[in-house]
Write a protein that binds this ligand. Structure first.
Ligand SMILES: [Zn+2]
Length: 1021
């Protein structure tokens, strides 16, 4: 499969690995065998009810040495039966809610099963855990070397397309993973598994004879060759001819190709008469078919590189895709040619790609035939087609177990996909379709296509969220399935091939193909062949690179020229991962020598041949997934041997190891005291995370004519132990103005903090835990004196405040009903308090946001000098933000628009009341809810809160409430609250103070000034 990896989330692994390796070790004494399964299937499509009526006859040969008393069968259409199947759960965990929220008629299933074995009715039962697996209990044991014939009718209700692979929409049918199919029985025993999105395949080889009956006007693409299908063949050829002529007339290829809106074809009525097409194919492990009445067809042919045998190629697509797909035959032809050249020849007669409305784009592979989702550009379509056609090798011909070793197809296949693109388009860049001038501005015009895989890996690895390549498919996070199985594996295999040498690697891969095609290879089988062919040890790859998350980072420390002209280089292995390291000698930007050194721990002297070089560089060609490429270069001459020239870069770019990058952007801000702020931000990183990150953003307040701004510096560590995933140490500083009537003054805040992110035992667990400690030091300018005198006398002074705060946070980021909880202990000179904040969201289907519930409870442990630190029923206004944590346009305003800004802390009532302030305890419940029939951004809010009488500053009211309508200008950032009702005392107090309705409307503006990029991230994630 090819999911498009966008920008777009360990110990279990160890356990999982042991568990998955254990049977392999126990059974490894057994000799390799594989079962043989031949199918005859008759199937009729009812396109009014989206139902398949079918019968199946299976000839099952037991080639194992064991006697089988039962067989496991996959009934994978049942994966779509309801929203609690293994598939539905995995999709939901991955953040996809379609199947979870599906309507009754959108689900799919398989039923009407009635198994007969050798003509005798046979008992079967559903797997207790998965309704898409069943156990067929044989009447008599199936002895080794014997075969049985299994027969059953079945009916499939086809689900709506877009949930996963099987589906239909607008009478376009993707009939995949659709028939009862025995699970694989191999040296490890039974490999029964529910259908999942991640790690789709492991199947037995055999021969398929499938008879498909559809209304006559359907165009069908399927696994296998048409038998006695001259008439159908002629019809397809005619369609191809018409399509070609139509394209020649209507599609000008000079125009940039672009996808038009999907499904513009009006679906014609189905023919009342049916045709039956017989497809036959041996040596495949799956059978899929696709049908659409509006498919346009193109036909081509490619001659294989060695045998010169010809393979027919087909593409089928809808009219809406015509422009994009007009050149697609060439993509299939080239894919079949190169994969045959590099690995071994395509043994079948046709290779076909069809367009299909797969949910999120990407594509999906089946033997001979692949389905390609919507794509946007020529290049994207080519990549997806090449990738899916390539799976005919790494999945189809080399039938590894994708559920356990997904890298053996997705990883190796992604490597060849990259190789194809680099061979066909040497020097192709990462961003090709964007505007050249823009790319230049952001220095994005120098990244090669292959950088994408490396970068995707970095996103995961730099935050220590990566998982070993050899992780079980179902245990990968959604993000890592792309970032590790596809991206890191592809880079790592490129690393391996660079180490062995391209020719040697190719020879080994051809031997691998020769020995293992139509079979089930394991990692050890590939390792054995690589070592036999190359004569080298690749333990580092199989025992460390695949099975651990150890990073690679070599550093070149120094060089010394020796008497004979050769060099002594000092290389340091900063991660102690024992993988080989290539060192290049470069003269006038040409490679003069490459020397590979086997991995070593710590610091080591290595020799380099006597050559005239300008500089040495580790991994000059960027084959290695080096976590830090900035310490790879050393010049032989000059003073600054390691320093790269400074590059000031507007806004930001990716890492460029050939430059010392400093990013900059002009900044602008506003508050009522500095007035308009202008300045410049200098920083070294946007994403992915770096070890050291800084931001320095001085600004000038045009109102008070003083310096303001903020700065921070952070250090990120990925500790090895089992406790923490990430340790972040950060120091930040702010200086802005506030006021103390009638003066405009400055405050300065310095805050060092420590963030500890706990490691999760199961990477897919949506629970995240964090501990944050921060020390907050605030220096406020103050004035003392008598300024109400005719001649005021005052002296400038400073107040120092300091606080310690420790917060534990638990976050559940699940898609349905997410919640978080934080417990904070805060301590200052005159007070200490403890408070709990809980947020729970009840998720609604569709566009409305659901219900947000907040619970707050806080108590003082000590409050000697109470007033500034009170718990407040109405949250914090600017003047009450004693930690200077939040951004206020007017920090100390009364009675004007700016004074209506508040932060939802403490009681978080939306109406302001001075009544509910306490130095004792406070508890509150806040609800915001979408309304029936009214779409977000309008929501209903209601708050209730309570304080004890003792400690309330008016010593009076204890219970408060309010409610009304909220309008979100920017979700969770800027919201306006219109009160509709409130408790009696609040109302009386408003009237007493002559507060009009308009004045009771307040708003929030949650901008974190300390880090403007947090804001960008808030918006983008
Ligand atoms: Zn794939």
């Amino acid at each position: 499969m090819k999911g498009l990896v966008h920008k777009k989330d360990f110990l279990t692994l160890a356990a999982g690995l042991i568990l998955s390796l254990a049977p392999a070790t126990i059974f490894s004494q057994k000799k390799y065998f594989q079962q043989n399964v031949n199918y005859i299937i008759h199937v009729t499509l009812d396109d009014t009810k989206n139902i398949l009526k079918a019968s199946e006859t299976i000839e099952y040969t037991n080639n194992s040495p064991d006697e089988l008393t039962f067989l496991y069968f996959h009934l994978w259409p049942n994966a779509y039966k309801n929203n609690s199947t293994a598939l539905a759960k995995q999709l939901l965990e991955n953040g996809k809610t379609d199947l979870y929220y599906a309507e009754e008629d959108e689900f799919g299933y398989i039923d009407s099963l009635d198994f007969f074995v050798d003509g005798k009715k046979t008992k079967w039962e559903y797997d207790p855990e998965n309704i898409d697996i069943c156990k067929l209990i044989l009447n008599e044991p199936l002895k080794s070397r014997n075969k049985i014939v299994i027969e059953t009718p079945f009916k499939v209700k086809i689900p709506k397309s877009g949930f996963s692979r099987l589906g239909c929409a607008n009478q376009q049918y993707q009939i995949t993973q659709w028939f009862p199919k025995p699970a694989v029985y191999d040296v490890n025993g039974w490999n029964q598994m529910p259908f999942l999105d991640q790690g789709e395949f492991y199947s037995e080889y055999g021969k398929f004879d499938v008879f498909i009956s559809v209304p006559k006007n359907y165009v069908v693409a399927a696994t296998g060759d048409l038998v006695d299908g001259e008439e159908e063949q002629k019809w397809l050829d005619e369609n191809a001819e018409i399509t070609r002529q139509w394209l020649d007339k209507n599609v000008t290829t000079t125009e940039p190709a672009k996808a038009i809106i999907l499904n513009v074809d009006t679906t014609p009525k189905s023919d009342s008469s049916y045709k039956t097409l017989h497809y036959s194919q041996k040596n495949v492990h799956d059978f899929a078919w696709f049908a659409d009445k509006t498919y346009k067809v193109l036909k081509g042919e490619i001659e294989l590189p060695y045998s010169k045998r010809k393979v027919t190629t087909w593409v089928m697509f809808n009219k809406s895709e015509s422009k994009l797909w007009s050149k697609s035959i060439q993509y299939i032809n080239d894919a079949v040619y190169y994969y045959s050249l590099w690995n071994g020849e395509y043994p079948y007669n046709h290779a076909t790609a069809v367009f299909g409305g797969l949910g999120a784009g990407g594509g999906m592979e089946y033997p001979n035939v692949t389905v390609i989702g919507p794509t946007k550009t020529d290049r994207e379509l080519e990549v997806v087609i090449v990738h899916e056609v390539g799976h005919n090798w790494f999945y189809g011909l080399l039938g590894s177990n994708e559920r356990v070793n997904a890298w053996m197809d997705e990883g190796i296949n992604s490597y060849y996909e990259n190789r194809y693109m680099e061979t066909k388009y040497p020097g192709a860049l990462l961003f090709e379709n964007s505007q050249k001038s823009l790319l230049k501005i952001f220095s994005l015009n120098k990244y090669k296509r292959r950088y994408q895989n490396y970068l995707t890996y970095l996103f995961s690895a730099r935050t220590n969220e990566d998982q070993p390549i050899a992780t079980h498919s179902k245990d990968f996070t959604d993000f890592n399935y792309g970032a590790i199985v596809y991206a890191k594996s592809a880079v790592a295999i490129g690393y391996l091939s660079a180490y062995l040498g391209q020719d040697v690697f190719d020879e080994a891969m051809r031997s691998y193909f020769e020995e293992w095609h139509f079979r089930h290879p394991q990692p050890k089988d590939l390792k054995k062949i690589l070592e036999e062919v190359s004569g080298r040890n690749v333990d580092w790859f199989f025992n460390e690179m695949l099975t651990t998350t150890k990073k690679v980072d070599y550093k070149i420390k120094s060089s010394k020229k020796l008497g004979d002209g050769s060099y002594d280089l000092v290389i340091k292995n900063k991660t102690n991962t024992l993988s080989p390291v290539p060192i290049y000698g470069i003269k006038n930007n040409n490679i003069v020598a490459i020397v590979w050194y086997d991995g070593f721990p710590g610091k080591q002297y290595v020799g380099f041949p006597p050559l005239d070089v300008d500089y040495f560089k580790i991994d000059y060609k960027e084959d290695v997934q080096e976590i830090n490429r900035n310490n790879n270069k050393l010049r032989t001459h000059g003073i600054f041997k390691k320093t790269e020239p400074l590059k000031l870069q507007f806004l930001g770019s990716f890492d460029d190891p050939t430059r010392s990058q400093v990013f900059f952007t002009p900044t602008i801000g506003y508050n009522n005291y500095n007035k308009t702020l202008v300045g410049l931000a200098l920083y070294n990183n946007i994403t992915p995370q770096k070890k050291v990150e800084y931001l320095f953003a001085p600004m000038f307040g045009t109102g008070n004519k003083e310096l303001a701004g903020h700065a921070n510096m952070a250090f990120n560590f990925c500790p090895r132990g089992p406790l923490f995933q990430l340790v972040n140490i950060k120091i930040s500083a702010n200086r802005y103005a506030y006021n103390d009537y009638p003066f405009v003054l400055n405050y300065e805040k310095i805050s060092p903090e420590l963030n500890l992110k706990f490691k999760k035992r199961n990477a897919r667990n949506p629970l995240h835990q964090n501990i944050n400690y921060r020390y907050i030091n605030i220096t406020k300018q103050t004035f003392t004196g008598q300024y109400d005198q005719p001649t005021p006398v005052y002296t400038k002074d400073s107040t120092f405040l300091s606080f310690n705060e420790i917060t534990y946070t638990l976050k559940n980021k699940q898609k349905i009903n997410p919640y978080d909880l934080s417990l904070t202990y805060q301590q200052g000179k005159d007070m200490s308090k403890l408070f709990l904040n809980v947020n729970y969201e009840i998720t609604f289907k569709g566009r409305n946001r659901g219900i947000d519930i907040r619970f707050f409870a806080g108590t003082f442990l000590n409050n000697t000098n109470s007033y500034p630190y009170l718990y407040r029923m109405s949250g914090q206004k600017g003047s009450q933000d004693y930690l200077f944590d939040n951004y206020y346009m007017g920090r100390n305003e009364y009675g004007n628009f700016l004074s209506k800004q508040f932060t939802e802390t403490d009681g978080a009532l939306k109406v302001y009341t001075p009544l509910g302030q306490t130095n004792n305890w406070l508890t509150a419940l806040n609800i915001k809810s979408s309304l029936p029939l009214i779409r977000f951004p309008l929501r209903f809010f209601m708050d209730v809160g309570m304080i004890p009488k003792e400690g309330s500053i008016f010593n009076k009211e204890i219970f408060f409430y309010d409610g009304g309508i909220t309008f979100s200008l920017v979700n969770d950032i800027c919201e306006v609250y219109f009160p509709l009702f409130m408790s009696k005392d609040i109302k009386a107090n408003l009237e007493l103070n002559k507060i009009s309705y308009g004045e009771s409307i307040r708003f929030t503006l949650n901008l974190n000034m300390a880090n403007p990029f947090k804001l960008i991230k808030d918006f983008s994630f």
